[in-house]
Design a protein around this ligand. Structure first.
Ligand code: PLP
Ligand code: ZN
Length: 406
């Protein structure tokens, strides 16, 4: 028996494994939709034991990842960073809002690959491609996925062509070049980069990532749920993340559903998904839905922002095609989308620097701003455990770092 299979979210059709999935053009052969999830024949009775361990990386959850042979693992110690309690945030909530909460920060800048929460996805992708002798790949990205895939695929000897928007930081481009990958900066925004990547995939018959619902990316990131349980002993009540395409929330929802048979009382945390005011199509769509009391088809209504004018290039998805998938997850969780001001990011980053002697990347500061906004909007209650998932360090945003350090 295979270790895993893919199952179509729409019609339930089962695809044997990743080679079959790739040769079916990454769609369900029955209903032709692109959204399938990985499920396992592995024994979940062994899972609770894992929660007592102290792993170095997310490959610790090997039995629940779609790789057949451990010898194919390509890893740089990612996906098991210790969660930190940030007392100045807890103090702020108590002093300013009278809210007693526990605040943990999951610092993805501590990941060993390229210091972002994209490292786990790139690690699983590189390992899987190695296992199935895939030698070329293509992906579009706002920057961090591109950088992570550049590094990990190069470690596996796989040639990558990445398509990135013209707003990308030069630091990111330089790092990708250092891994000797083919970097194409398109003359336009992220939506255009996706279009160019799709064209490249079609013309050259080179495998492409299927986007934010890509089962490889989702499976890697769902291990966040495992880490929450291992490190906190329970699911957080509130989960805060800066959102661009939406892989994070999609993956958390998958992880929770995967563990439901084992832990029937496991809860999806209330998701607070944050966007900066210069590129906030999901927040706008959500606000309209709230205003109209979630009418039929609400999740399909959202604006498209062409060429978003934001300096946070990592969070520049102006056309959030996955909103119809992400927004219902947020609704089901009892959470919401919140908007923060881009003009306030440097001040908050400077405050974090003062408190923690640490400079984080702008997308991480958007996420942290979401904590303050969630307090203002009364999304955090007394007794809540709040998990703030900061996605990146500052290494590829030197200009931002300069502003923060003054
Ligand atoms: C640092 C950081 N934060 C947040 C995001 C948003 O991730 P997603 O919306 O795909 O969950 C990304 C990726 O685009 C990122 O690199
Ligand atoms: Zn189907």
């Amino acid at each position: 028996m295979m270790k895993y299979y893919l199952k179509c979210v729409k019609c339930g059709y089962e695809t044997l494994d990743f080679p079959a999935w790739f040769s079916a053009n990454q769609e369900c052969v029955k209903c032709k939709t692109k959204y399938s999830e990985v499920w396992y024949h592995s024994d979940y009775n062994n899972f609770p034991d894992l929660l007592r361990g102290n792993p170095e990386d997310f490959w610790y959850y090997f039995d629940y990842l779609p790789l057949n042979d451990r010898k194919n693992v390509v890893s740089c110690k990612e996906g098991a960073a210790p969660m930190e309690r940030w007392e100045f945030l807890r103090d702020y909530a108590r002093k300013e809002f009278g809210i007693n909460c526990y605040v943990y920060v999951y610092r993805n800048d501590l990941n060993g690959g390229t210091n972002t929460f994209k490292d786990v996805a790139a690690s699983l992708a590189a390992s899987l491609f190695k296992e199935h002798n895939i030698t070329q790949y293509t992906i579009a990205s706002t920057g961090n996925t591109a950088t992570a895939y550049s590094k990990y695929l190069s470690l596996a000897g796989i040639k990558l062509t990445v398509f990135v928007p013209d707003c990308i930081t030069q630091d990111s481009v330089n790092e990708m070049h250092s891994y000797h990958q083919d970097v194409r900066i398109v003359d336009g925004d992220y939506a255009f980069a996706k279009k160019m990547a799709a064209q490249f995939h079609q013309q050259n018959k080179i495998l492409i990532s299927s986007g934010n619902i890509d089962p490889i990316r989702v499976e890697a990131k769902k291990t966040m749920v495992f880490e929450f349980l291992r490190q906190l002993g329970e699911m957080p009540d509130v989960y805060i993340q800066a959102v661009s395409g939406g892989t994070g929330p999609i993956a958390i929802d998958k992880g929770v559903r995967e563990l439901e048979p084992l832990y029937p009382y496991i809860n999806l945390p209330r998701m607070v998904l944050v966007q900066q005011d210069t590129c906030d199509p999901m927040v706008q769509g959500w606000e309209e839905a709230v205003e109209d009391n979630f009418p039929d088809g609400w999740e399909t209504r959202y604006p498209i922002i062409n060429n978003p004018q934001t300096s946070v290039s990592i969070l520049s998805t102006g056309n959030p095609a996955m909103y119809p998938v992400v927004a219902p997850i947020v609704k089901k969780s009892g959470g919401s989308f919140v908007r923060v001001k881009e003009e306030n990011l440097t001040d908050l980053a400077a405050k974090v620097y003062k408190e923690k002697n640490l400079v984080l990347g702008p997308a991480s500061i958007v996420c942290l701003s979401g904590f303050y906004k969630a307090l203002q909007e009364k999304q955090i209650n007394n007794g809540d455990t709040v998990l703030i998932n900061t996605g990146e360090g500052v290494a590829r945003a030197k200009e931002f770092e300069g502003e923060v350090m003054g």
